[in-house]
Design a protein around this ligand. Structure first.
Ligand SMILES: Cc1ncc(COP(=O)(O)O)c(C=O)c1O
Length: 450
């Protein structure tokens, strides 16, 4: 266990961390040799599993050739990966171009800055504000925290954040509208229209959203029709639509991109976790033809860049990961195993009276715990129930993620996230569901006893 007497500046000073020394496939092993099924993929990262020999040999080959270039010294893996991402991008984005960086937050910073530049190049000098959604996460830098809506993390640094606008997340499980799902889409999407009217379209640069909402809401899937309305509002008001696919991209949801569950193409896609798959830090911002053309035919350049962005080693990893996903048809496996996991979880957890919602797409799945299924009341946040379940599952050999506090109105709500590598099989699915059943039941039973 990692602990407070070493020199690592941990996120939490009181917490014990596992010392993980090895990984193989869907399993990781601690320094005592204990084995865990990694149903979190790290944190939605290890798409192709741990210790993947094909990725390791791609890394080794690339290092032997060249591991770093910069500036005018371009490299072949970067060009190859940008081409592959162009093939993967939704056709509505046209011929795309990609800026590379090293983390999800940086990818979103690129998207935010280049959206601004897109408007500047076209003479729309006041289009500067970004609209995000509450209970969203786009990274932990000052700018991405500002446009994000994770109140529990924003509050600690509030005076540093810059002005940005937020609308409600399309959270149908707790929708206050009594209408059907399709009007639920209008109900939530129209909030964007209202904010634009209030602030003036001439002042808004971009709208940023996680197509399927990740760690702040554990796999909330917006209703059918939602993004089609969002897209048309953005078009009508000359607002750039940024799809943050850091979590939902690269095939995790059973399609290449989460946004493809709707009939919509964004203007910019950002992604990171699944493309590096834990083998090298890499993130990408994929720009539609509309965006990069405005810059190419305007000033013809951008000052935005970063030292490690597009380094040959990380890009070789990205190429190898995509090859592996394609060769092994892993997006289909994510879809099929995701459906099996949802079914199995529903069967196993249905008789626990505190499991309020099981949701998600593909292998991005969330479970919401409530104190009463009918009222959907939440447990007292002081109980820290989701963390307790996460800890209990770990004792039982299963790694899952407890959702970040603040799911309900930014203050409470217990949720769990399950996002295993795309290589899982039915045996793993059964283990995840039965271990979760035991872990949730044991934790809630112990609380009822108090
Ligand atoms: C949707 C989303 N966007 C952005 C980020 C930030 O990525 P990073 O931690 O690599 O900066 C995350 C990280 O969890 C994320 O889930």
């Amino acid at each position: 266990m990692g602990n407070s007497d070493n020199n690592v500046f941990y996120g939490s000073f009181g917490k014990e961390y596992l010392d993980i020394v090895r990984g193989e496939g869907v399993y990781i092993y601690d320094s005592n040799g204990k084995k865990y099924l990694d149903a979190a993929s790290g944190v939605c990262v290890v798409s192709v599993g741990h210790g993947n020999e094909e990725i390791i040999s791609a890394i080794s080959n690339q290092i032997k050739q060249i591991s770093f270039t910069y500036g005018v010294a371009d490299n072949i893996p970067r060009q190859k990966l940008a081409k592959k991402l162009d093939e993967w991008a939704p056709s509505g984005m046209g011929n795309t171009k990609t800026i590379f960086s090293s983390s999800g937050a940086e990818a979103n910073e690129s998207a935010i800055k280049l959206s601004f530049q897109y408007h500047q190049e076209r003479g729309n000098l006041n289009k500067t504000k970004i609209i995000g959604r509450w209970q969203s996460y786009h990274g932990n830098t000052v700018s991405t925290l500002s446009v994000g809506g994770r109140t529990s993390w924003r509050n600690s640094y509030a005076p540093l954040l810059h002005d940005s606008l937020h609308i409600s997340p399309p959270y149908c499980y707790r929708c206050s509208s009594t209408d059907s799902h399709s009007s639920c889409a209008e109900y939530f999407a129209n909030e964007l229209q209202q904010v634009i009217q209030r602030e003036g379209a001439d002042n808004i640069s971009a709208f940023i959203a996680e197509p399927i909402i990740g760690t702040s809401m554990s796999a909330v899937v917006p209703p059918k029709g939602y993004y089609e309305i969002i897209r048309s509002i953005c078009d009508d008001n000359d607002i750039v639509f940024i799809a943050d696919e850091v979590m939902s991209g690269m095939g995790r949801t059973g399609k290449k991109w989460g946004i493809e569950h709707w009939n919509v193409s964004p203007d910019i896609i950002t992604t990171s976790k699944g493309v590096g798959a834990g083998y090298s830090p890499i993130s990408v911002s994929i720009f539609s033809e509309k965006i990069w053309q405005a810059i190419a035919s305007g000033s013809g350049s951008t000052t935005h860049s970063s030292t490690y962005g597009g380094n040959p080693l990380s890009c070789a990893v990205g190429c190898a990961v995509i090859d592996y996903i394609e060769k092994n048809d892993l997006i289909s496996n994510a879809e099929v195993m995701g459906e099996k996991l949802m079914t199995k979880l529903s069967e196993e957890l249905s008789d626990i009276p505190y499991v309020g919602d099981i949701r998600g797409k593909g292998l991005l799945i969330g479970i919401e715990i409530v104190s009463d299924k009918n009222s959907k009341d939440i447990f007292d946040p002081k109980l820290d129930l989701a963390h307790k379940i996460e800890d209990e599952a770990r004792k039982n050999g299963l790694i899952i993620l407890s959702g970040v506090p603040g799911l309900v109105n930014g203050v409470g709500g217990d949720h769990l996230e399950i996002c295993p590598p795309y290589i899982i099989d039915e045996g793993h699915v059964n283990f995840i569901a039965s271990t979760l059943k035991k872990s949730i039941s044991d934790v809630i039973f112990s609380i009822e006893m108090v």
